[in-house]
Design a protein around this ligand. Structure first.
Ligand SMILES: Cc1cc2nc3c(=O)[nH]c(=O)nc-3n(C[C@H](O)[C@H](O)[C@H](O)COP(=O)(O)OP(=O)(O)OC[C@H]3O[C@@H](n4cnc5c(N)ncnc54)[C@H](O)[C@@H]3O)c2cc1C
Length: 363
C-alpha cells in the first residue's frame, strides 16, 4: 500500500477509526502489514497518544489492543527520554559507536541504488510520500551504520529531513539503538529477513550471507562512496502577521498543531517556525508543505518565521500560551501539560522493557 499523507483534520480522525488492532498485532512487522500510518499526525501534535488509545479501546478489548498500545508506548518512552537527556540525544548515549569509520551517508542509500530492491523502492517512496515502514527504517539504519560503518548522526539527519513524522527523539534514539550506542548490541539484518518481511525472493545481494558473518563483513563496494547531503529548510517568505495586542497569544509549532487546543479562546494564534531550529534540524520542502497544510485546520492561525524573541518583540500580548514540549522549553508564558499515555510513570529507566513493565500496571 502507498500511504497517502492526510491533511484535513476530519480525515485524520477517520484514519484513527480505521486502526485494525488485531490485524496489527499479527502483521505489523511486514511492509504490507496493517500498520496505522498515524505517526505523521501524532508527531506533529495533531492527535495525541491518549486520544488514539481511547478510540482504539472503544472498539477492541485491552487484550486485543495490547500490541498496538505497547507500540504507542515506544513513542512515549522516547519522548520521556528526550526530556531526560536534553542535548545528550545528539551524542552516543551508552557507549561510543564501535567500528564507525566515517561521518557521511552512503550515496547508494541517498540515491536508492543499493541493489536491494525492497530498500531502493522504500527510499523512492520516502521521497514521494514522507513515510517509511518501521522495519525498513531499521534495515536502512543497519546498512548505514553497521555494514557501511557510518557514524549514525548524518544518516539520521538525512532520514529525519524526509520523514513527515520526523521526531528528534524517536529518530535519534532509534538510530542509536540500531548502531549499538543506545542498546547492548548492534542490530543486523540479512537478506532472508528482508525477503520474509517484504515478501520478496531476492538473492545475491551484499546482505545474502550467513547472519553470523555480518558483523565482520568488509564494506561492500556499492556502499563505499559516501557524502554529507546538503540539507536545507526553505522557510516561506511571508509578510508579518497582523496581531491584536489586546488579546492573548497562542503559540503552535510543528510538534504542536492540535486544532482542539484552547479552541474556545478568543486569541491570536501563530505557527512559529524558528530559523535556528530548522538550520540545526532541516526538513524537506515536501515535509514543510505538510506542516503548513496541517496548520490550516486551526482557524485564524498566522505564520511567523523568526525566533521567539522576534515574535514577542512585535508587541505586548496580555498572556502567552503554549504546550509543554522539548521544543517549547525556551518559550515564555503558560505551558499546558502534555497529554501522556501513562502520566503516572515519570521516571524513565534505561531500557524500554523496564519502562513498559511500570506502564503495564496502569493499562
Ligand atoms: C531508524 C528509525 C528512525 C525512526 N524515526 C522516527 C521518527 O522520526 N518519528 C517517528 O514518529 N518514529 C520514528 N521511528 C519509529 C517508527 O518507525 C515509526 O513511529 C513508525 O514506523 C510509524 O509508522 P506507523 O504510524 O504506521 O506505526 P504503527 O506501527 O502503526 O504504530 C502506531 C504508533 O505507535 C508509535 N510507534 C510505533 N512503533 C514505534 C517505534 N519503534 N518507535 C516510536 N514510536 C513507535 C508511533 O507513534 C506510531 O504512529 C523510527 C524508527 C527507526 C528504526
Amino acid at each position: 500500500m502507498t500511504p497517502q499523507l492526510l491533511t484535513r483534520y476530519a480525515d485524520i480522525l477517520a484514519a484513527v477509526e480505521r486502526v485494525d488492532a488485531t490485524a496489527y498485532a499479527r502483521t505489523r512487522n511486514y511492509t504490507d502489514g496493517a500498520v496505522s500510518y498515524l505517526s505523521p499526525y501524532i508527531s506533529r501534535g495533531v492527535i495525541s497518544l491518549p486520544y488514539v488509545r481511547e478510540r482504539v479501546l472503544s472498539r477492541y478489548s485491552r487484550q486485543q489492543a495490547y500490541t498496538f498500545i505497547f507500540e504507542l508506548a515506544w513513542r512515549e518512552y522516547f519522548q520521556r527520554q528526550w526530556y531526560q537527556l536534553g542535548d545528550q540525544l545528539w551524542s552516543d548515549i551508552k557507549a561510543p559507536q564501535q567500528g564507525a569509520v566515517h561521518h557521511g551517508v552512503p550515496d547508494a542509500l541517498q540515491q536508492g541504488t543499493t541493489g536491494i530492491t525492497a530498500i531502493d523502492t522504500a527510499i523512492q517512496q520516502l521521497y514521494t510520500t514522507g513515510y517509511m515502514h518501521n522495519h525498513v527504517r531499521m534495515y536502512i539504519a543497519s546498512i548505514a551504520c553497521n555494514i557501511a560503518r557510518a557514524h549514525w548522526t548524518q544518516p539520521a539527519r538525512w532520514l529525519y529531513y524526509h520523514l513527515a513524522d520526523h521526531d528528534l527523539a524517536s529518530n535519534t534514539l532509534s538510530w542509536q539503538w540500531v548502531a549499538g550506542t543506545f542498546s547492548s548490541k548492534k542490530y543486523y539484518c540479512d537478506q532472508s529477513n528482508i525477503n520474509k518481511y517484504c515478501h520478496i525472493q531476492q538473492r545475491g545481494t551484499f546482505l545474502d550471507v550467513p547472519y553470523e558473518y555480518l558483523p565482520d563483513l568488509a564494506i561492500p563496494q556499492i556502499l563505499k562512496a559516501h557524502s554529507v547531503p546538503g540539507l536545507h529548510t526553505i522557510l516561506p517568505d511571508i509578510p508579518a502577521p497582523q496581531f491584536r495586542y489586546d488579546k492573548p497569544l497562542l503559540i503552535y509549532n510543528a510538534c504542536h498543531l492540535d486544532p482542539l487546543w484552547r479552541a474556545d479562546m478568543d486569541a491570536n494564534r501563530v505557527l512559529l517556525l524558528e530559523p535556528e531550529h530548522y538550520r540545526q534540524y532541516p526538513v524537506s520542502p515536501h515535509v514543510l508543505s505538510f506542516i503548513l497544510r496541517l496548520a490550516e485546520n486551526i482557524p485564524g492561525i498566522q505564520l511567523f518565521c523568526g525566533s521567539i524573541e522576534d515574535l514577542l518583540r512585535t508587541g505586548n500580548f496580555p498572556q502567552v500560551y503554549t504546550r509543554q514540549h522539548p521544543t517549547t522549553l525556551h518559550y515564555p508564558g503558560i505551558k499546558d501539560q502534555p497529554e501522556w499515555l501513562f502520566p503516572q510513570v515519570t521516571a524513565v529507566p534505561g531500557s524500554f522493557m523496564s519502562y513498559w513493565k511500570k506502564c503495564e500496571k496502569y493499562l
